[in-house]
Design a protein around this ligand. Sequence first.
Ligand code: AMP
Ligand code: ZN
Length: 480
Amino acid sequence: MTNPSASEQLRQSLSLYSTLSRTSTHFTPAEDSAVRMYVCGPTVYSAPHIGNMRTYLFADIARRVLGFAGYSVQAAMNITDVGHLTSDADSGDDKMAKAAAAERATAWEVAEKYTEIFLADAGRLNILPMDLVLRATQHIPQQIALIQRLEDKGVVYRTNDGMYFDTSFVPDYGKLTPNDTREHLRAGERVAMGEKRHATDFALWKFSPPEAPKRDMEWPSPWGVGFPGWHIECSAMAMEYLGESLDLHLGGIDHIPVHHTNEIAQSETATGVPFSRWWMHGAFLTLEGERRMGKSEGNKITLDTLVEEGFDPLEFRYLVLLSHYRSPLSFSPTALEQAANALRRLRHRVAAWKKSVGAGAELPDCPDSPYLTRFVEALAEDLNMPRAVAELWQLARDPDVDDATKLSLILAFDEVLGLDLESASKEPAEIPDAVVRLAQERWELRSAKQFEESDKLRAQILAAGYNVQDGPEGYELVPL
Ligand code: AMP
Ligand code: ZN
């Protein structure tokens, strides 16, 4: 980012919504030196679906926006490779063990395979690599130490299947959920109680069942051989690397009532300080309007599926940018198709500007511009990416801004959008300059409602062997 005043504007105005405070407030990190950010990562028992990836794209945007504001960001993500049971409430099978049995592999092999697939998908979506990727199985001592710390506080008890956190010791347990659902949480309808004292109590350490076959993943502990519960990993690893109080903790909305509620309860009981200053949650990607896409809902679509159908992963990234992260994203092939067309049009334009500026030409530093100001305003509005994309298109279409300025600004915008516009010139190389110019002129005439003139240019473009297709965000040149 080569425009310090835009960074400054963003630092001064960045407002982020926190599920905990239920309001958007001006974001400042606890220490100026770095923003400490933790993202709850995948459970690696199967390939991620595009709903999961929406959540990680949201986290990536948050991280890029903080970078655009000039902060240095330390970002950590966990890989849940042990301890996540099929029910979030400590009952059911271990997801990893179940997948291992189905795939005739060890839980370790399953974890390795799906961790790699996840990281590869994240790369294809231009998600910046995390500074720290933390596997739960590699942090067993830290988790045991945190459980011991809780034990010292007297909030841990033993049942026949594990060591549990007694949530009745936490006066504000459930504070992440709205008041009216807190009682509901405590009532814990349909939650298997077993020997738990309260429905909301949760496992910190589970014992390996004595009668079952030996588990692939188990460790000795002061309480017996077993494995950590799902929630303790995030608290233990976040504290180990980022400190006891984070700036930002992110995940999907399904983490609010159980996983993050329990992370807060155990972390704050252990340390006495707020675990994170902002808690941000991404809404779901849904199918057919309202059905959540889920690994266990039987309706998952993976990035590979989209690629097999001919889509570029960044076209999915573009689609994700068109919905605010706190609104559901209703996925459909038509919506993806439209996003793909829009991104193609944008790339054509970038390629045309590059040609007009000249291949080796030095671009001006990202200049001050009302478009840059408005782009930053959009980011500052709790990451309003749909508005940021709209501002980009306004700029792209403005006949009064020269190509070099457009290019310089839009490549700066792309530091946040992550659409790899820098390499856009490769794609439409086969469309001759003259045709691209004609199409641009035609679009400008058309935007100025000079239809007679613009139709003349369309005829010339057709004569050159190209059709122009107009859409809400611009045009696309298609060879005849
Ligand atoms: P999991 O691997 O099941 O632990 O989920 C990984 C992440 O994906 C979590 O942050 C979930 O909140 C998120 N997630 C799961 N389903 C969806 C969905 N349909 N849309 C968006 N995010 C989702
Ligand atoms: Zn977590």
